[in-house]
Unconditional design. Structure first.
Length: 537
């Protein structure tokens, strides 16, 4: 085999001799070969280690959002979203599991104590001894994985902390070339698909996979490369449907709806000048989901990422369900859960939260569609978690639902951590026969979750303040009843007035009641805070 250049890394630490660690160059065939060799460990890990709570293992959690920085920058407090994977600390309920959790900036100890206090059946002190928190001390918008790769001493520190043996792995939010390089340098398999397969999760490839699976999609076009393609695609969907009111333009790698824009067809006539009229209106007529977006910034990003155009699905009764699945390292497609998404933004395309499960009328239908997509992804070599999002419209005459698949999220997402939290707290099971979740006692559980509980009045609240409020008002999860409230995104609270919340109840009504109570309590406890702050600004 041809030898490829390696990058020497100085791993010297004070008072020790200088050492040189050689790694394959990022993206080189040598690196790919090492990565593929590491990935061969995953089937045994999944079948023998993951299922046995007493097998010693180390899980390295790197909650890196390795996505487009410009798109991510549109999301309020996005650099605190690394906290969403703190639900992984629930793995510490397994007495021989160790976790190394790496973040951009140090986490508040109160937040860690909060999550360790949720662990069922394990003293917090025992769990704390098996948890190691590491930080890059870097608040920049660069992906966390890149920050780690730029710190060879940190990489060596992680390597030194990982227990000896082949029962260890790396887990991240999504999988890119950065995570592949990190996997190789840590010497750990990555529980996710090969980054070479990441494009399967683009908007364009999603449409192709849905067609292959025989799942309905909105009329539209994919693999669009620039302004000319946008004009032609918008004109085509309007000509094919003269009554069409709106078209949707989407970046291939948009995130949480922030890469979407609406083109209104108001007062646009279908004639020989249709394309010219659309071209004329595009710079001023597009309505962006992301705040602060403009044609001057959107078009270059579209040319870089490419994207799609679709018909905007209209309907009096319209919902956005989602199915969460995974392909296991042993090649099995599994449905994990279904949700109805709570959407907001100018045209209702931005993810705000979710309810579990999706409503009874269609949860099994989207569950089956997700399994079909999973089978195709599995045949392409994908492993790990993914979600399929739909737009569903109810027929006014029959009451039936028509589902249009709109995207594949080939990564963890906003619906991942709420369900993982439910699983870890209750130790129950998802029932494929009815799409419900049951505790070991056979009782169903539901939740209402949001990453966007936000108010100017909440600004200035510290994690300690929030804990005080939750304890006083009993806004916490009760292990005996297996109901209650779990907060997340503590780090975004004081600066941005934003936090996450998961409300678990024995009925959908109880879950929503807990959410409404939590909001009412926070609003009452912080009433007038924003006005006080404005006086002193």
């Amino acid at each position: 085999m041809t030898k490829h250049a390696s990058t020497p890394i100085n791993l010297a630490i004070p008072s020790q001799a200088v050492q040189l660690q050689h790694y394959p160059d990022p993206g080189s065939p040598e690196e790919r070969e090492v990565f593929e060799r590491l990935q061969t460990r995953l089937p045994r890990l999944y079948s023998e280690v993951f299922s046995d709570s007493r097998v010693p293992r180390t899980v390295v959690v790197v909650p890196s959002f390795s996505l487009d920085g410009q798109v991510l920058s549109r999301i309020t407090a996005v650099h605190h979203y690394e906290e969403r994977m703190l639900c992984m600390l629930m793995l510490l309920r397994y007495p021989c599991t160790r976790i190394i959790y790496v973040t951009s900036q140090p986490l508040n100890p109160t937040v860690i104590d909060y999550f360790l206090g949720l662990l069922p059946g394990i003293p917090g002190s025992h769990a704390r001894k098996r948890l190691k928190l590491l930080s890059c001390h870097d608040a920049s918008m660069a992906p966390l994985s890149r920050k780690i790769l730029e710190r060879p001493r940190l990489i060596q520190r992680i390597r030194n902390l990982v227990s000896v043996g082949d029962s260890n792995h790396l887990t991240c939010f999504n999988s890119t070339h950065l995570e592949r390089t990190l996997s190789v340098r840590l010497g750990l398999p990555l529980y996710s698909c090969d980054p070479e397969l990441a494009p399967l999760g683009s908007k364009s490839n999603g449409r192709k996979i849905f067609r292959q699976a025989g799942i309905a999609i909105p009329d539209g076009f994919e693999d669009l490369k620039g302004e000319d393609d946008l004009v032609e695609a918008l004109a085509s969907i309007k000509r094919r449907n003269p009554a069409l009111r709106r078209g949707v333009v989407k970046l291939n790698e948009g995130f949480s709806g922030e890469g979407n824009a609406i083109f209104p067809f108001d007062d646009i006539e279908i004639n020989d000048g249709l394309e010219e009229r659309i071209r004329e209106l595009l710079p001023t007529a597009l309505r962006y989901e992301a705040p602060g977006e403009s044609w001057a910034t959107f078009l270059p990003k579209f040319e870089e990422m490419e994207g799609i155009v679709e018909c905007f699905i209209e309907g009096e009764e319209k919902r956005s369900p989602s199915v969460q699945c995974r392909v296991t390292p042993t090649g099995e497609t599994q449905v994990i859960s279904t949700h109805d998404q709570v959407l907001g933004g100018p045209s209702g395309q931005v993810f705000l939260g979710c309810t579990f499960p999706a409503v009874e009328e269609y949860r099994l239908a989207i569950q089956n569609a997700g399994a079909d997509v999973g089978d195709i992804l599995q045949s392409r070599g994908v492993i790990g978690r993914f979600a399929v999002d739909f737009i569903s419209v109810q027929d006014e005459e029959t009451g039936g639902w028509k589902h249009y698949a709109i995207e594949i999220n080939l990564r963890k997402g906003g619906t991942t951590h709420p369900f993982m939290t439910l699983q870890f707290l209750t130790d129950g099971q998802y029932d494929m026969n009815n799409g419900l979740y049951f505790t070991p006692a056979g009782e169903p559980r539901y939740y209402y979750a949001s990453d966007n509980l936000e108010s100017p009045d909440y600004r200035g609240l510290s994690p300690e303040d929030l804990i005080d409020i939750t304890v006083f008002h009993r806004l916490h999860f009760h292990g005996a009843s297996q109901e209650g409230v779990v907060f997340q995104l503590f780090g975004a609270l004081s600066e941005f007035g934003k936090l996450g919340i998961i409300c678990i109840g024995a009925t959908p009504e109880k879950a929503r009641e807990l959410y409404d109570k939590a909001v009412a309590v926070l609003d009452k406890e912080t009433e007038g805070y924003a006005a006080i702050a404005s006086v002193h600004s």
